[in-house]
Design a binder for this molecule. Structure first.
Ligand code: TYD
Length: 213
């Protein structure tokens, strides 16, 4: 499979409860078994800006949406370029970076409250630093996602409400359409079994790994 010295940046997107983190773990194991060096990461990060964001999302720190959107963009820049675990460096070193959420999350979630164009603009620097080799959207029915969340957690975050989840899903598709000429986006049907979803994702990942850069 492909050239193992060439790093890749593979982003997973989806509404809350779509199974991104489960799939990232599975895909990571599969790629490691093929001999790739894999680095799994996520946004919001667990760095200083990401920690502040999590407090805001849980309602502990009051805020407004423009502030949150700006902080997410700042958290992302740090995620890309920080010296300890920056994604840009990992990719340059030949690692396969699997990232749970990236700027499409910002476009989808914050467009509920502010103009999507503004959010895209706020992330222009991040896009310049690193565009994903592919963004994989795990598409799951919002009703199924909400059931999964209810069964697995006791506390709800700000965004985990059914009407919002439906709007977020629609915004993802609006953003994919708006940026289809600049971004490589793959939609995976996430409503079937975990195994089938995993195979479909792996198939797409293999395509990206075998591309010569
Ligand atoms: P999530 O992936 O659900 O983290 P966890 O499973 O650890 O709770 O992300 C937390 C929330 O952050 C999620 O509801 C989506 C939201 N979010 C944004 O609003 N904008 C962004 O740019 C990102 C990356 C996430």
């Amino acid at each position: 499979m492909g050239n193992k010295t060439n790093g890749r940046f593979i982003v997973f997107e989806g509404i809350d409860g779509s199974g991104k983190s489960t799939q990232i773990k599975k895909i990571s194991k599969r790629l490691e078994a093929f001999g790739y060096k894999v680095y799994s990461t996520f946004e919001p990060t667990d760095g200083p800006v990401g920690s502040l964001i999590r407090q805001m999302l849980s309602g502990k720190v009051p805020t407004d949406q423009r502030t949150i959107a700006s902080l997410f963009a700042a958290d992302r820049t740090d995620h890309l370029v920080n010296k300890v675990s920056g994604i840009r460096h990992k990719v340059d070193q030949g690692e396969i970076v699997l990232c749970d959420r990236y700027y499409f999350s910002s476009y989808a979630y914050h467009a509920q409250y502010i103009d999507m164009k503004w959010v895209i603009h706020a992330n222009a620097l991040n896009a310049e630093i690193l565009r994903p080799d592919v963004t994989i959207f795990i598409d799951v029915d919002p009703d199924i996602c909400l059931e999964r969340i209810k069964n697995s957690r006791s506390n709800f975050e700000m965004y985990e409400k059914i009407d919002i989840m439906k709007k977020v899903r629609a915004s993802y598709f609006k953003a994919f359409d708006a940026l289809k000429d600049l971004e490589k986006i793959v939609i995976i049907d996430g409503n079937s079994t975990k195994g089938k979803v995993e195979d479909a994702i792996l198939n797409e990942v293999k395509k990206v790994l075998s591309e010569i850069k």
